[in-house]
Design a protein around this ligand. Sequence first.
Ligand SMILES: Nc1ncnc2c1ncn2[C@@H]1O[C@H](COP(=O)(O)OP(=O)(O)OP(=O)(O)O)[C@@H](O)[C@H]1O
Ligand SMILES: [Mg+2]
Length: 452
Amino acid sequence: MKFNLLVVDDEKNIREGLGTSLEMDGYNIYLAGNGEEAMGLLNTNDIDLIITDLRMPVMSGQELLKKVISSYPGMPVIILTGHGTIETAVTAMRDGAYDFLTKPVNLDRLTLLVKRALRGRELMIEHRELKAEVDRLKSKNKFSRIIGKSSSMMRVMEVVEQVAATKASVLITGESGVGKELIADAVHELSDRKDKAFIKVHCAALSESLLESELFGHEKGAFTGALARKRGRFELSHLGSIFLDEIGEINQSTQIKILRVLQEKKFERVGGEDTVEIDTRIISATNRDLKEEIEKGNFREDLFYRLNVVNIHVPPLRERKEDISLLASAFLADFVQENGRQIEGFDHKAMLALHNHGWPGNVRELRNCIESAVVMCKGDVITPEDLPPSISQSADQDCIKICTGSTLADAEKHIIIETLNSQKGNKSKTAEVLGIGRKTLHRKLGEYGLDI
Ligand SMILES: Nc1ncnc2c1ncn2[C@@H]1O[C@H](COP(=O)(O)OP(=O)(O)OP(=O)(O)O)[C@@H](O)[C@H]1O
Ligand SMILES: [Mg+2]
């Protein structure tokens, strides 16, 4: 991104001198001799930052500043001022200038100031774009709370939409924190049962006997403490949906009872003989590999097939890295609002750290990380120091990109060269990092014609 800078000063030598110096820093420069000329250029060009003198004929710096602030909110304006006019500069800051420098201008300070102001602007633009994208996604898809643009999440949402309209049982699988519950919510909300009950049962949180009476209810006197008849969760979900979370944790006897509900849509309350008939949509979730549990004899195969009419697998975050910045921006906006903070975005190193991290706790871990970063952040941008140490360290790892279509030999050659580079040519260290012996490294370097 090449930025456009506008330098305004009535003294030709000064504006041209500053212009040349900033041009060497890699910016496009526009020059103006007074406020009026400056406004003309602003209206016809895409200017990113203004550096202006205060005292100028025709239209002063103060007047220019006021016009810019009202017509181009967020535009950084750096004020240049002679020694005698410090007070005016302070007023200018109050009026919304980004900062001021006294003349004669120290070019190093100016360079730094410009860089800082533009970095903020860049982040703001990036953040605004992401926010717009989040809003667009929110309004476009009906999954108002599910954020993601990776192809794998798009596919998940497609399946959700397709299956929601049916009565088929859905089993949602995926690691902890990937968003299984959010998907379950979407399946219910997009179905024609959305106005009826959506009952959630966390199967792992209850003991065996409690779970049964929770699910199926009990009659008065069914056990000590059963003072009245109680309707169970299945009954409460009649005409709506039920979400059986952590279904992999339930014991054999409850498995049989749930199987019967699936097969016959019938059950009895604990301690009762009356048969209750229900019409409910069953959504379940697990982070276990149920096929493995079946092999181990812990889970009934017939129940598995009944629950798993449609499987929705939510991939771990590390396999859909495209979602990270979008999720991070959305969570940032939420927590910034919740905490009443003014944080514009992430700096590049922080973003890199978020990208490089493996996220074993998936989206939940990312969300917690952003919440703590908002609390820890002292400035108006999140830096790696604001992130938990385990995550900020990830910024220091260099990533290399290997494209699909490369051969294994290409990839190997690539990673050897990059590691050798990062170890500054030290072969013992390179071998150690790569987890191979020095001899093997030498042989491979020879094979690739790199053994110099
Ligand atoms: N795609 C997403 N967009 C927005 N928020 C998400 C997304 N995925 C997950 N989250 C958020 O991450 C957190 C964890 O999600 P959720 O509870 O659905 O995960 P889970 O897969 O059910 O985890 P567990 O297996 O531990 O129960 C929640 O706060 C949820 O709102
Ligand atoms: Mg869950």
